[in-house]
Design a protein around this ligand. Structure first.
Ligand SMILES: [Zn+2]
Length: 464
């Protein structure tokens, strides 16, 4: 069977390219969190996006090795720990754990390996040594820096020329050869964690941890590197410089993928702007499924506006999936209708959309068309039990990519008399018999059943 070709937009070449893995296993790396606080939903956008990318690659039949780093050595961690009078490593470990909890809650399960910077200091020192030896790095009083004027491709990812880049003052130190030279190793300062090294005790710069980890696990070149667009410069530009200088091989990766921001009133959601909502706070109000759909519904290279209203609307969309799956489970008739053509059409449309640089909105549209066609068959009693089973199986297949846990959707049964009461109240509500409606609601509440009235006139119940 010929696989339809997946197209991925590559930031380096600024165009969509046909996906061709370098080897039998696709190697993908995405920048992980700096663990000094709870993760906010701006980050969740990136991690959910790449979770869907990973799920889709597997859905297409690729074998995948997906690695994320954990930045547990960083200025912000040290600052926060000092404010809290805590040990930085302890604070980092705590927030590393809350990060994993948040990812599990969001059903982001596709990362094969999380790798800490602190577990790779030896490798980092080795990479810095090689850069010095090759003449790309030099040592001054406060640490080791990369000399950007020595690497002629510097600026190729962010499309800036050397003159522009030389003036970017990434770290201030008048001894630097160019203001834009970036730090590979920071010399120890009082109150900071440090490791011994040939260039004096200190700690690694931020960019060098990623290339050390990927060189160790993937080699000098691999398939996909992802992250938010704010990481293009300087972070990913510096990664290219480090590893391509040290290995003499290019490109570092064949596909650079960058997701756009989550915006709040037109501004990027970020901790420094103070306009953020943590994943925990959001999950206290909305289901993980609604959150996943909220991010999935907009293409990853488009900004998304955060609003509670948008999330509520997405919850309604998720409910459509739930209702559909429940409806399929209830089909009992032995009609003769065939669904194979409808299923294969939906599958083709889904795959065509996803193959177009992970156009999940298009893929969702294909699923909604599919659901509405099947709904018509169900409503006119033309969907058989056997066909419903096939449709259900296809929904679970789509869900391998979406990650909505549809296989867990099961109708909870209440005793018949309670179901009857719920129906009676729904009727009373529709007829605007408010007193009766309220009386039944209270009666059910006393029995531990809470009712939620939906905008479409229906009612949902849950156990208190
Ligand atoms: Zn990174």
């Amino acid at each position: 069977m010929i696989k339809m070709a997946l197209q991925i937009y590559d930031t380096l070449s600024r165009k969509k390219k046909t996906f061709k893995p370098r080897g039998k296993i696709v190697k993908m790396f995405v920048c992980g969190p700096t663990v000094y606080d709870y993760t906010h939903i701006g980050h969740a956008r990136s991690y959910i996006n790449f979770d869907i990318v990973a799920r889709y690659l597997k859905w297409k039949g690729y074998k995948l090795n997906y690695v994320q780093n954990i930045t547990d050595i960083d200025d912000r961690i040290i600052k926060r720990a000092n404010e809290n009078k805590e040990i930085p490593a302890k604070l980092a470990k705590e927030f590393e754990n809350t990060y994993y909890e948040d990812m599990r809650a969001l059903n982001v399960l596709s990362v094969d390996k999380y790798v800490r910077a602190s577990d790779n200091v030896k490798g980092i020192i080795n990479q810095v040594q090689r850069l010095i030896k090759k003449g790309f790095a030099y040592q001054i009083d406060d640490g080791v820096y990369f000399d950007i004027s020595k690497f002629k491709d510097y600026g190729k990812l962010s499309r800036q020329n050397l003159e522009q880049l030389k003036e970017h003052r990434v770290e201030p130190n008048p001894q630097k050869r160019n203001p834009g030279d970036f730090s590979l190793w920071k010399k120890h300062k009082a109150g900071e964690p440090s490791w011994p090294s040939p260039f004096g005790a200190g700690r690694p710069g931020w960019h060098i941890e990623d290339t050390t980890i990927t060189e160790k696990l993937f080699g000098p070149q691999y398939d996909i590197h992802g992250g938010g667009i704010d990481l293009i410069f300087p972070h990913h530009e510096c990664e290219i410089a480090q590893i391509e200088a040290v290995s003499g091989k290019k490109p570092l990766v064949n596909y650079w993928m960058h997701n756009e921001f989550l915006l709040v009133n037109g501004e990027k959601m970020s901790k420094s702007l103070g306009n953020f909502v943590t994943i925990r706070d959001a999950l206290a109000k909305y289901s993980p499924q609604a959150m996943r759909l909220f991010f999935a519904a907009t293409h990853y290279r488009q900004p998304i506006n955060y609003s509670e209203e948008n999330l509520r609307n997405t919850n309604v969309v998720y409910q459509k999936f739930v209702d559909f799956v429940l409806k399929l489970q209830n089909v009992k008739i032995k009609a003769s209708g065939k669904v194979d053509t409808i299923i294969s059409k939906a599958k083709k449309e889904f795959e065509a959309a996803m193959d177009d640089d992970f156009n999940i909105a298009g893929a969702l549209a294909a699923i909604f068309d599919f659901m509405s066609e099947i709904n018509k068959l169900i409503d006119s009693n033309k969907l058989s039990f056997a066909a419903a089973k096939k449709v259900y199986k296809q929904m679970l297949d789509f869900d391998k990519v979406l990650g909505l846990n549809l296989s867990g959707v099961k109708e909870e049964k209440l005793p018949a008399e309670l179901m009857k009461l719920i129906k009676e109240r729904e009727q009373a509500r529709k007829s605007k018999y408010w007193k009766t409606s309220d009386r039944i609601r209270n009666e059910l509440k006393a029995k531990g059943i809470l009712l939620e009235d939906l905008q479409d006139g229906g009612t949902r119940w849950k156990k208190a």
